[in-house]
Design a protein around this ligand. Structure first.
Ligand SMILES: [Mg+2]
Length: 194
């Protein structure tokens, strides 16, 4: 059913409301991938990265990651190994796959699974990487999709609160997603009262 993952975001979100509230409260408003030192992640027990694309590596709908995101991924690749880094996007387009195949051939796209917040993509990541979900960090700019999927799967969520945006290229989409992000933060605050 189209949109089932959105409804799942509300119901699974309610079940994990306390963890979502804590994640929201513990995340500084300016958090982005550039504040994530690969060495620190590794020393905290993370061995596998699952990266969202839109907002995390580039502005929404962009076909390729931003140069600073590429530089950050290079650092991660050097430390974790490309085969331990996965792209877990609800929009794994051919253009994006092609770009990664050329620039980061060892990194893999997870596809053919139910969309986040279902845990399927992270379960598949765990299976392919041969690690328990607790070793995986899911980096995502959405509380009720990627971060929630991590909580459901037993992986670790990293909430990106300052996503990449481009109002110049996609004003309507960015406005929509900006409101959506604010809306889900409000939703998390409200459900955590129950
Ligand atoms: Mg995103």
């Amino acid at each position: 059913m189209p949109g089932a993952h959105i409804l799942a975001g509300f119901s699974l979100g309610f079940n994990h409301r306390r963890e979502l509230r804590r994640l929201h409260a513990d995340t500084p408003p300016n958090s982005s991938i550039l504040g994530l030192a690969p060495e620190t992640l590794l020393s905290s027990g993370i061995t596998v990265l699952a990266l969202d694309f839109d907002g995390v590596l580039a502005a929404h709908g962009s076909p390729v990651p931003l140069p600073e995101a590429v530089a950050w991924m290079k650092r991660c690749e050097a430390l974790f190994g490309g085969d331990k880094i996965f792209i877990l996007s609800n929009k794994p387009t051919d253009e994006r796959r092609q770009w990664f195949a050329e620039r980061f051939p060892a990194m893999r796209f997870i596809s053919g699974v139910r969309k986040k917040p279902y845990p399927d993509g992270l379960n598949k990541t765990a299976e392919l990487a041969g690690v328990p979900p607790a070793k995986i960090l899911m980096v995502d700019d959405r509380l009720l999709t990627g971060c929630l999927a991590a909580l459901v799967a037993g992986a670790r969520p990293c909430y990106i609160r300052r996503p990449y945006v481009s109002f110049r290229q996609r004003p309507a989409a960015e406005l929509f997603f900006g409101l959506l992000r604010r809306g889900e933060r409000a939703f998390v605050r409200v459900i955590s009262l129950f």
